[in-house]
Design a protein around this ligand. Structure first.
Ligand code: NCD
Length: 306
């Protein structure tokens, strides 16, 4: 059985620590890794739109000296002819050594892993999970704060449909003394199953609020998210909720001096461009980190050490 990453807990805390260490070494000595995956192929199968995740996977494999193939929309694949995910994966695993897959259906990467002969990485499944964004977030927090424990993190925006939030809440629940502040409109609260599985089952306390301003002074990390238009059942609800939170320089007035602001991107309206100049904005660094941690993950799943 190949090693897959479908959920962030498919990796132990120790393994995540090692991936972060490898990513740091890649950042410091990129040339050491330039042939690490020579003659290996990564397939990126994206049944849903993406900019960062797909391109960071591809640029990660290219920086490791490997090759890339794949498709960036379901409409250009045999899916439109009625081929099942299973048969598509069976086919691609004849051409590629590792597959990163994004799909609108929750659980599709898990189903793919059941038939694949090569490692499957979940690059986002519907409103469920996004483990490699979480690895990106953890590397970013580690680089910004020097630790992955003992802080207060605010998750703000669409906590219901935001898969990056679900995965990051789950991942952080394995580290010590993290204080969770969940900031969302009432309709977009963190799903009960995520609270049960990641927080309540481990006895981890959390607070819920609708007001970002009220909690801003407590936060060490602020994880902003966009309202996930594509997961709404009607446009009216989306339009009503889309601008629930807009982070501006004024709203940061009461924030800690060493706050780190993260966002998985794409941003729509929820962070004013003026915030980009604030030294606390870490989201563009986060984009870069996504490439390095994916380089580390690809090597690990292919069993390659440098
Ligand atoms: C996120 C996603 O696809 O879930 N984007 C990403 O991968 N960086 C967040 C989002 O789309 O809002």
């Amino acid at each position: 059985m190949p090693r897959n990453v479908i959920d962030v807990t498919d990796l132990t805390v120790e393994e995540i620590g090692q991936l972060i260490e490898t990513a740091e070494d890649i950042i410091a000595h990129p040339a050491k890794y330039q042939d690490a995956c020579a003659h290996r192929q990564l397939a990126t199968l994206f049944f849903e739109p993406s900019t960062r995740t797909r391109l960071s996977f591809e640029s990660a494999m290219l920086a490791l000296g490997g090759g890339v193939l794949g498709f960036s929309e379901a409409s250009s694949s045999s899916t439109t002819k009625g081929e099942t995910v299973g048969d598509t994966i069976h086919t691609v695993s004849c051409y590629a050594d590792i597959i990163a897959m994004r799909h609108p259906k929750e659980g599709a990467p898990y189903a793919a892993a059941q038939v694949s002969e090569v490692p499957i990485i979940n690059a986002g499944d519907g409103g469920h999970n996004h483990p490699t964004q979480t690895l990106t977030d953890l590397l970013t927090i580690h680089r910004e704060k020097g630790r992955l424990d003992n802080f207060t993190v605010g998750f703000c925006g669409d906590l219901k449909f935001g898969r990056t939030v679900h995965s990051l809440v789950n991942a952080l629940s394995r580290y010590e003394n993290i204080n969770y502040v969940l900031i969302s409109p009432l309709e977009l609260k963190l799903p009960r199953y995520v609270k049960e599985q990641s927080l309540k089952s481990r006895g981890i306390p959390y607070t819920q609020t609708t007001s970002l301003e009220a909690v801003m002074p407590q936060l060490d990390i602020l994880y902003m998210t966009r309202v996930q238009r594509e997961r709404f059942f009607n446009e009216e609800d989306y339009l009503r909720l889309k601008d629930s939170y807009i982070l501006t320089p004024e709203k940061l007035a009461g924030a800690k001096k060493d706050l780190s602001i993260l966002h998985p991107l794409p941003r729509v309206n929820e962070i004013a461009v003026a915030v980009d100049k604030d030294p606390r904005a870490a989201y563009w660094k986060q984009v870069k980190n996504g490439k390095y941690i994916r380089m580390a993950l690809i090597m690990k799943l292919l069993g390659i050490e440098v």
